[in-house]
Design a protein around this ligand. Structure first.
Ligand code: HEC
Ligand SMILES: [Cu+2]
Length: 376
């Protein structure tokens, strides 16, 4: 958060003391209400105070603001009355006049009446909002299944007539922009909650039950999601991203993700000519081959890479690892350095995560890196 750092630097310089109060106020403001990328260097990733991007979320954001406004008005009004009552001087009453008082009852009738009308109005508005986000305006053509695991998200694309377009991926949900998508929500272990604040409200994932949510992004973009039900040590590092794309880009993505690792390799132009370039290619591929062997020995029990012997089912599918923006459920950006760091120090980066830290020699790390780089 750059704006806080700026404010702190100013505090350390004596000639800026006069601005101390202003800087402190500014940094407090930025820290508590980082509303937009203009206000601060890094936008709040969930950014749900001001920004929504779809019909399942916008009505609830409006409801939130309207209810807040009404509540603030009520507090101000009642505070005003209270201050008025405290300041008001009444004539000293004669001592013998102690007894039931009839004065002031009107305030109670009016107050109760107004409160009832306001509360009833808020209730009706809230029910209407609930109704409007309950189901999409048109039938959802795309249905995906998201299964929550401690502490990551499995995403299954199923239901396409072409089996090659049905597959499993992790922590990154792609959807076509401008159309509703139905999300079936499951849990593999404990109760989690699926929440993409800019696209829809929260829905719990409950073991043994399938819940439903729908999301729709009006425009292409990347929308951050987060588990919002405390589910254990790494609950806070259980994020994901929804990537909304044009219909064509989404189709291309789905086609690519459906391919197995070997198909992707075969499609790559440099691996297409195994004959003439064989000696060269195999020298180049030696680390890749060593890396694949290492993967089969040390990682395949948990992870799947489609098209290979690695068929583990308790961890993210890594067939197209390279296509993801983030790894470890949003904990790190997907760079070769972060990948190696994660593999060797998963327990430092996400203590108690269900992947062990794996010790690698320098050459093993290089080989594994080379192999993982082929999983695009
Ligand atoms: C005991 C099971 C297990 C083993 C063995 C294991 N992993 Fe994992 N791995 C996991 C789990 C579980 C996660 C998800 C952790 C999380 O995000 O909380 C994970 C996450 C990952 C991720 C991040 C994937 C993503 O999309 O976010 C990578 C990359 C990865 N593992 C690579 C490896 C490699 C390489 C090996 C072998 C050297 C390996 N893993 C061995 C269980 C395992
Ligand atoms: Cu969770």
């Amino acid at each position: 958060m750059r704006c806080i750092r700026t404010a702190q630097t100013k505090l350390q310089q004596p000639h800026h003391r006069a601005r101390l109060a202003a800087s402190a106020a500014l940094s407090a403001f930025c820290a508590s209400v980082v509303l937009s990328s203009e206000a601060c260097a890094e936008p709040a990733p969930l950014a749900y105070f001001l920004h929504t991007a779809g019909p399942a979320a916008s009505p609830t954001m409006r409801l939130g603001w309207v209810l807040t406004a009404i509540v603030v008005l009520v507090v101000l009004f009642v505070s005003g009355l209270l201050v008025g009552a405290v300041l008001r001087k009444r004539p000293a009453a004669p001592a013998e006049a102690i007894g039931p008082e009839a004065g002031g009852l009107r305030w109670i009738y009016v107050g109760t009446g107004v409160s009832c009308i306001a509360l009833l109005g808020m209730l009706v508005y809230a029910m209407m909002t609930l109704e409007s986000v309950a189901s999409p305006a048109s039938h959802a053509r795309l249905v995906i299944t998201v299964t929550a695991y401690d502490w990551w998200w499995k995403v299954d694309y199923t239901g396409d007539a072409d089996p090659a377009r049905n597959f499993s991926t992790a922590n990154e949900i792609h959807i076509p922009a401008g159309e509703p998508v139905k999300v079936l929500l499951k849990s593999a272990d404990v109760v989690h909650a699926f929440w993409v604040p800019q696209l829809a409200g929260k829905t719990q994932t409950i073991p043994g039950q399938t819940n439903e949510q729908w999301i729709q992004a009006d425009r292409p973009g990347i929308y951050r999601g987060q588990c919002s039900q405390f589910c254990g040590a790494q609950h806070a590092h259980m994020a994901f991203e929804v990537v909304a794309q044009s219909a064509a880009a989404f189709d291309a993505w789905r086609d690519a993700q459906g391919r197995s690792a070997t198909q992707t390799d075969a499609a790559a132009p440099d691996a297409a000519a195994p004959d003439a370039a064989a000696p060269d290619a195999s020298a180049q591929n030696a680390p890749v081959i060593a890396g694949k062997k290492l993967f089969d020995e040390r990682c395949a029990g948990c992870h799947t890479i489609r098209g290979t012997d690695a068929q583990g089912s308790q961890a993210p599918d890594l067939t197209h690892l390279g296509s993801r923006r983030l790894i470890a459920a949003g904990a790190l950006t997907n760079t070769p350095e972060h990948l190696l760091d994660w593999i060797q120090h998963a327990q430092r980066i996400k203590p108690e995560a269900l992947m062990p830290s794996i010790a690698l020699t320098t050459s093993e790390a290089a080989a594994l890196s080379a192999y993982l780089a082929t999983l695009h």
